[in-house]
Design a protein around this ligand. Structure first.
Ligand SMILES: [Mg+2]
Length: 444
């Protein structure tokens, strides 16, 4: 049954709705709509000038409407008079093809038509910085191996507890919080869910974490590598495929018996699981353009060893069992972990590209290739024939542009718009002058 947002407002004392959508660069945009006006908005959507956001539109385009998806509505736990609701972008009665939530919805429908329902859990790591973003917020958080640091996590207890309490209130099933591997870095885990639900929660988690951090005088950042020399912000995704969405899911398709002696079956991945993983491996270099979408992303992957001793990020397209030094880890039967994505990834495009690559893998019966049960950080040089991940954003965009089947699966309109916007961003980056250039070129 569809939630009536006007009634929701009345029942819950909501005065304003944020009708929100996410653009190609992951920016969350919203209009603040008073509850008195929500009934009409629920039907028609809130109007935006698409050109004013990163969606590859011109000032001449007609109004873009974000039509709220009432099933996504969340009352802000820290400001209950406001409710957030994800919107689907529509123009002249048609879904805007390149809008990230629409790209994901289309791929979910495509997978569902084949009886496949992707569920994911994500690990959205973040740093707590000073408000200007220049330093980590805790001057005493200086340990060489700060992961799980009991004292440091308790110095930020009030922030972590507040966010975790809100997740408990919202029914997300949070189950653990910790200090992560970089000074100033934290991770909070909640239960996996259907891909669209996880994408909405991922978006809301970023908004919530930034908001709570601000209220405590800090600045939360999901930037892939906010501090040189420290471990970066990953956004690992744990992936499984089920026979039905939501609570109707009974069978994990990845956990079904594989009647073969493949290297994936040994780890408890079914044949469909093997092919899905094969699709991820096949498209890895191209999908990095989505999972690692910024200039800064490439300072996390391919990085030199960090102060803690490991980057915890991959540099090569390899997979393995329960071993964190590869791009894909199969930690146990029925799921695998993609360790490539970083904190800058667009919550909707991350899920979309996983489904696009995985579906292609199943359709083409892709094989993930050889399993390497080695420490990639120490012995990676021994691996022959596995592609290296792109070294920078431009390489990733070129890989994406070359990958015709992934581009088609993500949608031609989306792919063209994304490549165009991202190429402009790259041009903007390369035309800026840095101190490094001066230091290394002035006296040449
Ligand atoms: Mg982590």
């Amino acid at each position: 049954m569809t939630t009536d947002l006007a009634k929701f407002a009345k029942d819950n004392g909501v005065k304003y709705f944020m009708i929100s959508f996410t653009d190609l660069f992951g920016g969350q945009r919203a209009k603040l709509v008073p509850a008195q006006a929500i009934a009409d908005m629920q039907e028609d959507g809130a109007g935006f000038a698409g050109f004013a956001t990163w969606l590859d539109m011109t000032p001449a385009h007609p109004d873009m409407l974000a039509v709220p998806d009432p099933s996504s509505v969340i009352q802000l736990p820290w400001k209950p008079e406001v409710a957030w609701v994800a919107g689907n972008c529509v123009m002249e009665g048609e879904d805007v093809a390149q809008a990230p939530r629409n790209v994901l919805r289309r791929l979910i429908d495509e997978a569902a038509a084949e009886g496949l329902h992707v569920k994911t859990g994500i690990e959205a790591e973040y740093f707590l910085m000073t408000p200007d973003g220049n330093q980590i917020s805790d001057e005493y958080d200086t340990a060489a191996k700060p992961c799980y640091d009991q004292q440091a996590v308790m110095r930020r207890y009030e922030v972590v507890r507040e966010i975790c309490d809100y997740m408990l209130d919202m029914g997300w099933g949070p189950y653990q919080n910790d200090h992560e591997d970089a000074n100033g870095q934290f991770e909070m885990n909640w239960e996996f869910d259907d891909a669209l639900k996880t994408a909405d929660k991922h978006s809301f988690f970023k908004f919530m974490t930034k908001s709570v951090a601000e209220a405590h005088g800090f600045r939360a950042t999901f930037m892939p590598k906010p501090v040189e020399g420290l471990t970066g912000n990953g956004c690992h995704a744990h992936i499984s495929v089920w026979d039905a969405p939501g609570d109707r899911a009974k069978t994990n398709v990845f956990a079904m018996d594989a009647n073969d002696s493949s290297q994936t079956a040994e780890l408890g991945l079914s044949e469909k699981g093997r092919h899905f993983l094969g699709g991820i491996m096949k498209h890895a270099s191209a999908l990095a353009a989505i999972t690692n979408p910024t200039v800064n992303s490439y300072k996390r992957i391919n990085a030199p060893r960090t102060m803690s001793g490991a980057t915890w990020a991959p540099n090569t397209v390899t997979w393995t069992g329960n071993n964190r030094t590869h791009m894909v880890r199969v930690p146990g039967p029925g799921r695998f972990e993609l360790r490539l994505p970083d904190g800058a990834t667009n919550p909707y495009l991350l899920q979309a590209v996983i489904i696009a690559a995985g579906l292609d893998g199943i359709r083409s019966q892709a094989d993930p290739g050889k399993r390497y049960d080695i420490d990639m950080y120490a012995e990676g040089h021994k691996v022959r024939g596995a592609p290296k991940l792109p070294l920078n954003m431009l390489d990733a965009l070129r890989e994406y542009d070359k990958d015709k089947s992934l581009k088609a699966a993500m949608g031609e309109e989306f792919s063209a718009a994304y490549l165009k916007m991202k190429q402009q961003e790259w041009n903007d980056f390369t035309s800026h002058f840095s101190q490094w250039e001066k230091d290394n070129t002035l006296d040449i």
